[in-house]
Design a protein around this ligand. Structure first.
Ligand code: NDP
Ligand code: MG
Length: 408
């Protein structure tokens, strides 16, 4: 029986994870559930899954959570705040941790799980982008295992012998990440300027949280994934390619020196990589419909357009710069995406903000967590400053007002 902590249980990955867990009560148990502010949704999950511990990240909501759990007849431990999150991720109520908090907010609990030697199922890509070497070192020191949940990396993991081998010795020539191209694949640069948050969040193939949906629309998601692949599999940047595959059925590929290309295919449903990671090295039913290739009939592939989608190029630039550049890229992107979702900036301003921050924040070696967190904070300040100060074409007084308030 695996006792599983689902960090970010109220999110899209959290929900899919709990769906797979509920299908196998003889194998899996959700022993810890966490959320940020969605108390009601967390209570509903506790009623269904009866965990040992429920954590709400916002301490102001602990009393409300406690009241509602009592009213719902759920008896479990309750905790709140970020220290409680890291304690839950490393404590003895779980042996497995699904890291599914969105953004840099997931870094410390992911690191805590790794250090404690948990079986770590990594969805929170931002943590490996920010602090790849530190996270991998923590996994090695803790003696646990890391299985990627991100569908592309889970696909590559499945196509490599033993998950994370020495690529050169295994005869790997190239990792090929597939990208759907997002909802605006065919749009011109001019058309991209007027995209609204709701349009950006409507992904053609996947249903996901709002932040990653915007990242998929800008292709920053693929950029973060190139950095994630570099760290996870020890692949140099030159050995990682991105190919646009609009059907999202081939989740990624590994090319070997003999010309063999191994791919992992499946319907675009995160329950497949989640079930793989939960049961690894065994296999369990995920509830995902069988892939009907005859009905699909054809698969297509094309080159990504780095000019219309500069975020992908910016991520590659950060990867080759090394040091804290990826952490700065990630932080700037988080600030810009939030500003876009709040309609304070336009869609194409996201890339401009990230580019400006990469230029503004001095690079250094990320030897310890404190350096990474300082870089994250400096990049956030630079992004907020850039958004507030730059004369964005067509920006209204309302935009400027909101941006200035965010700066205060
Ligand atoms: P969602 O926005 O749907 O869910 C995010 C979860 O994190 C929620 O439970 C939320 O709680 C919690 N959370 C948000 N902010 C904080 C915080 N400051 N402190 C503690 N908890 C917090 O995101 P997704 O499920 O879409 O994505 C989660 C992660 O998985 C991301 O890193 C994403 O890149 C990655 N991923 C997602 C995929 C997908 O299909 N969705 C695919 C591959 C990777 P609350 O509900 O209370 O706000
Ligand atoms: Mg992915």
């Amino acid at each position: 029986m695996r006792n599983i902590a689902v960090l970010g249980a109220t999110g899209s990955i959290g929900g899919n994870t709990l769906d797979v867990i509920a299908r196998h009560p003889e194998r899996f148990r959700a022993s810890v559930l966490t959320a940020h502010r969605q108390v009601e949704a967390l209570v509903a999950l506790c009623v269904q899954h009866r965990p040992d511990l429920a954590v709400i990240a916002d301490p102001a909501l602990e009393a409300d959570l406690s009241r509602r759990l009592t009213a719902a007849g759920v008896r479990c431990e309750i905790a709140s705040g970020h220290a409680a999150l890291t304690a839950a991720a490393s404590g003895n109520l779980c042996d497995t941790v699904v890291a599914a908090i969105v953004g840099a907010a997931g870094l410390e609990s992911t690191l805590a799980a790794a250090r404690a030697g948990k079986h770590l199922l990594l969805a929170n890509k931002e943590s490996i982008v920010m602090a790849g070497p530190l996270l991998l070192h923590a996994v090695a020191a803790g003696g646990g295992a890391l299985v990627p949940v991100d569908s592309e990396h889970n696909a590559i993991f499945q196509c490599l012998p033993g998950g994370r081998p020495d690529l050169r010795r295994s005869g790997v020539r190239r990792l090929v990440l597939t990208a759907s191209g997002g909802p605006f694949r065919g749009r011109t640069r001019a058309e991209l300027a007027d995209i609204t948050p709701d349009q950006a969040c409507k992904h053609p193939n996947w249903v996901m949280g709002r932040k990653i949906s915007v990242d998929s629309a800008t292709l920053m998601n693929k950029g973060l994934e190139v950095i994630e692949a570099h760290h996870l599999f020890g692949a140099p940047a030159e050995a990682i390619d991105v190919v646009v595959h609009p059907q999202s059925l081939v989740h990624s590929m590994v090319e070997y020196v003999d010309g063999s290309v191994l791919a992992q295919l499946g319907n675009p449903d995160m329950r497949t990589p989640i079930a793989h990671a939960l049961a690894y090295p065994e296999r369990v039913d995920s509830g995902v419909a069988q892939l009907d290739l005859v009905q699909v009939a054809s698969l297509s592939f094309e080159k990504p357009d780095y000019e219309r989608f500069p975020c992908l190029a910016l991520a590659m630039q950060a990867l080759s710069a090394g040091g804290i550049a990826s952490a700065a890229l990630n932080a700037a992107n988080e600030v810009a995406v939030e500003a876009f979702l709040e309609r304070r900036i336009g869609f194409t301003d996201i890339a401009q903000t990230v580019a400006a921050v990469l230029d503004a924040v001095p690079n250094q070696r990320p030897d310890e967590l404190a350096t990474v967190l300082e870089a994250d904070a400096a990049a956030r300040r630079a992004a907020i400053d850039f958004i507030a100060r730059r004369p964005i074409a067509g920006r209204t007084a309302v935009h400027r007002d909101r941006a200035n308030r965010a700066l205060q």
